[in-house]
Design a protein around this ligand. Structure first.
Ligand SMILES: *[C@@H]1O[C@H](CO)[C@@H](O)[C@H](O)[C@H]1NC(C)=O
Ligand SMILES: *[C@@H]1O[C@H](CO)[C@@H](O)[C@H](O)[C@H]1NC(C)=O
Ligand SMILES: *[C@@H]1O[C@H](CO)[C@@H](O)[C@H](O)[C@H]1NC(C)=O
Ligand SMILES: *[C@@H]1O[C@H](CO)[C@@H](O)[C@H](O)[C@H]1NC(C)=O
Ligand SMILES: *[C@@H]1O[C@H](CO)[C@@H](O)[C@H](O)[C@H]1NC(C)=O
Ligand SMILES: *[C@@H]1O[C@H](CO)[C@@H](O)[C@H](O)[C@H]1NC(C)=O
Ligand SMILES: *[C@@H]1O[C@H](CO)[C@@H](O)[C@H](O)[C@H]1NC(C)=O
Ligand SMILES: *[C@@H]1O[C@H](CO)[C@@H](O)[C@H](O)[C@H]1NC(C)=O
Length: 524
């Protein structure tokens, strides 16, 4: 099952008005959870502040700690997080708020084997991956008026699929996705480029055309039929990114289709981010929003970070939260560089139901014909826009009762739920997220480096928005930061001169001679 869940919700330090039914991890010592520092006079030469404890911020701390561990780099890391938990847009809830029942991901849900950092982290941290193949439900595509098509089992090789779409369109999309993954894997090789400009990176990877086109435009040029793009690819872009093939750029369109072998961490993906932080030895300050970041003085190269802890000075600052919603006052010379960034405001509705399938009548099926347990949607067909992006069953809450997840652009009412599940709804939880960036075609991206010693992890989101790519962005930024400020790097005492970088785009990416399981940053 490919399109199983939210591929993409990214970590951030957004605050949300919701109680999470789990305790802040005991992994963090009480010292690191305290919200006040006693030391008034902290040596600032070797301090780095990270704002945000989601995938980007937690992994940034982890990458810095690799340089500490390997080269004895003397750096103290402070992580500021405005909410009361680690994980940002990756967090769990329990049905009925009962922790004896299986947890549900409320935000970012899945990663795949090609997501080498998260895959490796789950191995190293001894976290158990759960493959979603077990939930291989029948899947239907709904256009708001009729159920176009439904299928079970393998996505590509079902006879039904070929019957409806022919063989070439699925193959061409598959080939495009494979070529995209091949390029992404370069970022984990020892020859990975380092970038301070995402436009340059995209040129380097050969992604100018697909970034500058909508998914629909680009696939049409590849000879993919409109029907396949409109129905199957759009089902994927809508469940993963809440966007349509005529608005989403074709790189993110390919990422939407790359969900084969979706995995999550048993007990919740947030544990990956807890472990990154715990193993980094960073000081973690929860419930500690940062109100402003400013240069200490025009002569020093220190940054003053103001929060409830007071104003502390740092040699470098890594912002790992969406710039605009983080609500941090910064000098105008910095804020003017980051253009307004619209996010998709997503409604997530989780519920428990004893109805074994959704209401067939809603989908204009005969009352005796069971509706699929996974319904994806397209806006390209019927006159009615579907009322939701996706609706999927997610295993048993307990015998005879299932968990269901609905993503939609609007709030889903109780009456609607009651109709869809024939009055058999036992528990409902609603959550709204600014889940992912709107990713229309563009060749302009936010700056990676906002100023000397000031870096922006979420600059990567309008390029590719996933948990994994935040850890890739943070690794790159930590390399830049260590190089600029500490004459160091993650994998060497200095960034090797022989290492490729993207200041010269005439260089084509090279395939490194790495061992098969090599992951840059982990294995060096
Ligand atoms: C869920 O349960 C926890 C304790 O188990 C409690 O602290 C919290 O307030 C509950 N949340 C809701 C929304 O009821
Ligand atoms: C990491 O977790 C261990 C075990 O719970 C704990 O002893 C340690 O203090 C934690 N380290 C940090 C930096 O929070
Ligand atoms: C990894 O997890 C397994 C099962 O939870 C446990 O038996 C084992 O001791 C763990 N290993 C390490 C190195 O933590
Ligand atoms: C990107 O697309 C726009 C609009 O189609 C076009 O004008 C522009 O030349 C394209 N840029 C590149 C670098 O391809
Ligand atoms: C990145 O480089 C391009 C030229 O390749 C330039 O137009 C753009 O302004 C740069 N972006 C940033 C944020 O510096
Ligand atoms: C940077 O580190 C290298 C290797 O440790 C050393 O040779 C060099 O002098 C350092 N440069 C600066 C400017 O500190
Ligand atoms: C790229 O390489 C040049 C020379 O090899 C170096 O001066 C520059 O700092 C590098 N840029 C990055 C982002 O690593
Ligand atoms: C790369 O980005 C820098 C700006 O950050 C720009 O000056 C340079 O021209 C870009 N290089 C290419 C090849 O686009």
């Amino acid at each position: 099952m490919r399109l199983h869940a939210l591929l993409v919700l990214l970590p951030s330090a957004l605050a949300f008005q919701i109680q999470f039914p789990f305790k802040v991890s005991e992994l963090f010592s009480s010292k690191t959870l305290s919200t006040h520092v006693e030391e008034a006079d902290i040596s600032t030469t070797h301090r780095v502040a990270i704002i945000g404890a989601g995938a980007g911020g937690s992994s940034a701390a982890f990458w810095i700690s690799k340089a500490k561990e390997r080269f004895g780099l003397d750096v103290e890391i402070d992580v500021y997080e405005q909410s009361d938990y680690i994980g940002g847009r990756s967090t769990i809830v329990y049905p009925y708020n009962d922790s004896s029942l299986p947890e549900l991901e409320l935000g970012a849900s899945i990663f795949v084997e090609a997501n080498k950092n998260l895959w490796r982290a789950s191995d190293e941290f001894n976290l158990t991956r759960r493959n979603f193949r077990e939930e291989n439900y029948e899947t239907g595509i709904w256009d708001g008026e009729e159920l176009l098509f439904s299928f079970t089992g393998g996505w590509w090789d079902t006879a039904k699929l070929i019957w409806r779409y022919g063989i070439f369109s699925p193959k061409r999309v598959d080939a495009y996705v494979a070529s995209m993954i091949k390029q992404i894997l370069l970022l984990y090789s020892s020859a990975s480029p380092k970038w301070d400009n995402i436009t340059n990176l995209s040129t380097h990877l050969g992604w100018t055309e697909n970034l500058n086109s909508t998914t629909a435009e680009y696939l049409a040029k590849q000879g993919v039929s409109e029907k396949y793009t409109n129905e199957v690819v759009e089902a994927a872009t809508r469940v993963n990114y809440g966007q349509n093939v005529r608005s989403l750029h074709a790189l993110e369109g390919a990422v939407s289709m790359a969900g084969t072998g979706a995995n999550g961490i048993a007990g919740g993906n947030f544990q990956l981010f807890e472990q990154f932080l715990n193993r980094s030895g960073a000081n973690v300050y929860l419930n500690t929003p940062v109100s402003s970041i400013a240069q200490k003085s025009s002569t020093s190269h220190l940054w003053s970070v103001k929060s409830a802890r007071g104003t502390l000075n740092y040699k470098a600052v890594i912002l790992a939260a969406p710039f605009h919603s983080a609500g941090i006052a910064v000098p105008e010379s910095i804020s003017e560089q980051v253009k307004p960034q619209p996010y998709i405001h997503l409604h997530v509705t989780l519920l428990a139901t004893t109805a074994p399938t959704p209401n067939p009548e809603y989908f204009s099926l005969p009352p005796t014909s069971p509706a699929p347990r996974m319904v994806l949607t397209t806006t390209q067909g019927g006159k009615n826009t579907p009322e939701f992006n996706s609706l999927s069953y997610h295993g048993l809450v307990r015998e005879g009762e299932w968990a269901v997840k609905i993503f939609s652009a609007e709030r889903i009412s109780d009456e609607w739920l009651s109709n869809m599940f024939q009055g058999k709804v036992g528990w409902v939880l609603r959550k709204e997220w600014d889940a992912y960036t709107e990713n229309p075609p563009t060749l302009e991206f936010p700056p990676v480096k906002l100023d000397t010693g000031f870096y922006y992890v979420n600059s990567f989101e309008p390029f590719i928005s996933t948990m994994e790519t935040e850890t890739v962005s943070s690794r790159n930024i930590v390399e830049l930061m260590l190089n600029d400020e500490f004459n160091s790097s993650i994998c060497g005492r200095t960034i090797s001169e022989s290492n490729e970088n993207v200041s010269d785009d005439s260089q084509q990416p090279t395939t490194a001679n790495d061992s098969p399981n090599f992951v840059f940053g982990w294995d060096c």
